[in-house]
Write a protein that binds this ligand. Structure first.
Ligand code: SF4
Ligand SMILES: [Zn+2]
Ligand SMILES: [Zn+2]
Length: 315
C-alpha cells in the first residue's frame, strides 16, 4: 500500500518535483513553501506592499487568497485587498459575485467590486454582441483580457495598492509563453517576465506568486483545505485559442513530466539574456485616455472606438 514519505499520516498527493508522497498537511505546507520561494526568487514582495489581488472567486484565485493571507502574516506591514472585476457576463459573473463576497468576509479581507459597466459604460456581453457584427470580430477572451487588465489596474489604484497579484499558475505561464511563440510575437514573448516590472506611470507592477505551482496542485490544495469556490464555466471560454495550447501542453506534461517547468525555465534563461527589454516597445501615454501604452492610442481606446462605443475614458 502507498505510504507517505513525510510522516505516518495517510498519503494524499505526490509532489511532481521530488516525486515524494505527502499527507494533506505536509502537502499544503509544501505548496505554501513553494510560493514563498517564488516570492523570494523573483523578489515579488516588499515588506510594506499593499497587494491588490485579482479575485474572481474561482479555484485559482481562492487558493491564492488562502495562501497569501497566510504568508503575509510573516510580513506584518503588508496588506491585502481582494478586487473582483464584474465583466458583465449574464448568468455567470452575477453568480460568482455572491461567492466572492462570502469568502472575503470569511477571511476578513477588504473587497472591492468594479464593473465594466461602471468603467466602460457597457457590459462585456454588450461589447461582444457589437463585435460580432464587425467584419473582423476579435475573440471574446481577447476583448475581455484587454478590458479586464485595465479595469484591474484602475481598481488597484483606487485602493492605493502598490502591486497587483494574479493567480496565473505554472500551466497558464507555459501556455502564455507558447502562445506568444506561436503568434510570433517577440515583444510580448520577451516582456512576459516573472519578476515584477518597475511601476511605470499609472501602471502598477504585477506579480504571479503561483508561477511554480501546477493546476492539479491547486485543485488538490483546495480539496485538502476544503475551500469553497465557484466552478461555473464562462460561456465564452471555448472560443479561446489558449484551449488548443492547454490541451497540447497537458498531453505533453502527462507523457513527459516537467515539460511545463522546462518551458518556463527556458523562458527565464532566455529573457535574462535579452538586455534592455523595455526598449523594444517604447511606452507612450495614450492620446485619448492618458494611460501607459505601447502605441499612441491604447488597445482599450482603440477597441471602444472601433466598435463605436462612446469612450468614457477619453480626456
Ligand atoms: S473565459 Fe474569456 S471571456 Fe470568460 S472571463 Fe475568461 S477571458 Fe473573459
Ligand atoms: Zn505528513
Ligand atoms: Zn487610451
Amino acid at each position: 500500500m502507498l505510504q507517505s514519505n513525510c510522516c505516518q499520516n495517510p498519503p494524499f498527493m505526490r509532489d511532481f518535483q521530488s516525486k515524494k508522497v505527502y499527507c494533506k498537511t505536509h502537502f499544503t505546507g509544501l505548496i505554501e513553501d513553494r510560493v514563498q520561494k517564488t516570492i523570494n526568487r523573483y523578489n515579488l514582495l516588499k515588506r510594506e506592499d499593499h497587494i491588490g489581488l485579482g479575485y474572481s472567486g474561482g479555484k485559482d484565485s481562492t487558493v491564492l487568497l488562502d495562501v497569501l493571507s497566510k504568508l503575509i502574516e510573516r510580513f506584518p506591514q503588508c496588506t491585502l485587498t481582494a478586487i473582483t472585476i464584474d465583466e458583465g457576463i449574464k448568468g455567470y459573473r452575477d453568480d460568482c459575485l455572491e461567492i466572492t463576497q462570502k469568502i472575503t468576509q470569511k477571511y476578513q479581507i477588504p473587497h472591492v467590486i468594479l464593473s465594466f459597466k461602471h468603467i466602460y459604460g457597457a457590459t462585456l456581453d454588450q461589447i461582444i454582441e457589437k463585435s460580432l457584427t464587425m467584419k473582423h470580430a476579435m475573440s471574446a477572451c481577447a476583448i475581455c483580457g484587454i478590458l479586464r487588465r485595465r479595469a484591474l489596474n484602475y481598481a488597484a489604484r483606487q485602493v492605493n495598492a502598490t502591486k497587483i497579484a494574479t493567480a496565473h499558475n505554472l500551466d497558464d505561464e507555459a501556455q502564455s509563453i507558447l502562445m506568444n511563440l506561436v503568434r510570433g510575437d517577440f515583444s510580448k514573448f520577451i516582456r512576459l517576465t516573472r519578476a515584477p516590472v518597475q511601476k511605470f506611470g499609472s501602471l502598477l507592477p504585477r506579480i504571479r506568486p503561483f508561477v511554480r505551482v501546477t493546476e492539479p496542485e491547486i485543485v488538490q490544495y483546495a480539496y485538502a483545505k476544503e475551500l469553497e469556490y465557484h466552478s461555473f464555466p464562462c460561456p465564452y471560454a471555448s472560443s479561446a485559442m489558449r484551449n488548443d495550447i492547454r490541451t497540447f501542453l497537458s498531453e505533453m506534461e502527462k507523457k513527459r513530466p516537467s515539460t511545463l517547468q522546462n518551458v518556463v525555465n527556458l523562458h527565464d534563461s532566455l529573457t535574462q539574456h535579452v538586455p534592455k527589454v523595455t526598449n523594444l516597445d517604447p511606452p507612450f501615454l495614450c492620446q485619448k485616455c492618458g494611460e501607459v501604452s505601447t502605441h499612441e492610442v491604447c488597445p482599450v481606446c482603440l477597441l471602444l472606438d472601433n466598435l463605436g462605443f462612446e469612450n468614457p475614458l477619453e480626456k
